[in-house]
Structures are given as C-alpha cells and as structure tokens.
Design a protein around this ligand. Sequence first.
Ligand code: ZN
Ligand code: FE
Length: 255
Amino acid sequence: MNNIFAIPAFSDNYIWCVHDTKHAVVVDPGDAKPVIKTLKEKQLTLTSILITHHHHDHTGGIEELVSAYPGVKVYGPKNPLIEGIDLRLSEGESLSLSNPELDLNVLETPGHTMDHIVFYNNELMFCGDTLFSAGCGRMFEGTPEVFYHSLQKLTHLPEQTKVYCTHEYTLANLAFAMHVDPENTALQDYQSWANKQRASDQITLPSSIAEQKKINPFLRCTNKSIKQNIENIMNLSADSEVDVFAALRSCKDNF
Ligand code: ZN
Ligand code: FE
C-alpha cells in the first residue's frame, strides 16, 4: 500500500509524491528544490516522474531531478516540445511501475492545453490542471467542446476515485461556484469545510469524483438553476451543456 502526500511549490502548486517508504514517484515537479529537500528528509529515492502537460510550473524541475537521481524515468504526453520525457503516452495506454508499485492508465484531456493527459487507476487520478476542486483549468488552448468532453470523461470514472489536482485554488473556485450555484447545500457545506481547512493551513485535496459532481459547476452544466443563473449573469441564452460550460468558463475568467 502506497502513501501519498503533497510537496508544496511556488505559491499554490502541489507536487504529489507517491511512495512505499523507500522509493518515490512525483507528479508535475515544476520546481526540483522542494522535491529534493523533502525526499532527503524522508530518505526516499526518486524513481519516476509523471508529467500531465507542458506548462513550466509542471515541468521546470525535470532536468535537475534527473541529474540528482540518475536512472529516474520520466513519463508524459506526446508533445515533443516537452524536453526530457522518456516515454510519451496517449489515451488508452497504461503504465506499470514497480518501485513503488503503481499501475496507472492514461486519458487524454485536452482543454487547458491540447497536450494534457490524466493518470488514473481504480483509486485515484492525477489530473494536473484539467480539474480542480470546485473548478477547472483556464482554457488556454482548447475549445469549450473539447474541454467539456475531457471533463465528462473524468466524471465517468468510479465515484470513489480520489482527485489529486496540481493547485490549491479551492477557495477562489468556491467563491465563483457560489456565484452561479448559491442554493446548493452540498456546496455551502463544502465551502465551510474548505474555509476551516485553509484557516488552519491545511490543504483541501484530494477530493473525489462523487464530491466534485455535487459541488463543481463545470461538472454540473445540466443543472437547471446553474444554467439559468449563468444566462442571467452573462445575458445570453445557453442552448446546450457546452454553451453553459463556455459561459461559465468565460465568466470565471473575469470573476
Ligand atoms: Zn497549466
Ligand atoms: Fe499549473
């Protein structure tokens, strides 16, 4: 049984570390320094790195980590612009690591960036900047159709799947979620919990697919009151789920 914890980096990134008390895997190491420091303290040897997409705050530490831990293998998306990837993965491919033991499958989730992938198994997913608690990534490269379809793929994973995202954006996301879904009692309860967590310097992750389906407006585009609220706020008519998603995303961009 593996352990998972977050190594904080920059102002709001989490570099997830999976370990078996000897060997470790890290996800999206944007900065090598906090990773090396933490692994030393815990006497862990890095064996693998997982990368979800090309942004620097997710890839910036690869080179330094590979030279600090010779033999470390780097897994990431097919995007040739990301340097230092040993094995490039696409949808449907899987990964079987032995130190620590970790089996993962790959989904392609374009939207935040076009190269974005998510690693998942029966228990968890590392979803990078595709899905956040109560929100989703900014749409830098995709279209609403493409991004919405990617998020829908994630909601079809088992309800208990734990959601490990790369940023602590929860409170800001909740402020927006309350703006478009104020009567949702599950959302209100989650917000009070998250406020308490942050007030005592605790992280709000991981979440779960079940929880996100209840509180995340970007996964609730079929909800009638969210549709009506975003139509009123944006002064438009959203004829499809994708239209609701597009309106939510652009409203959040300027929120
Ligand atoms: Zn990103
Ligand atoms: Fe990021």
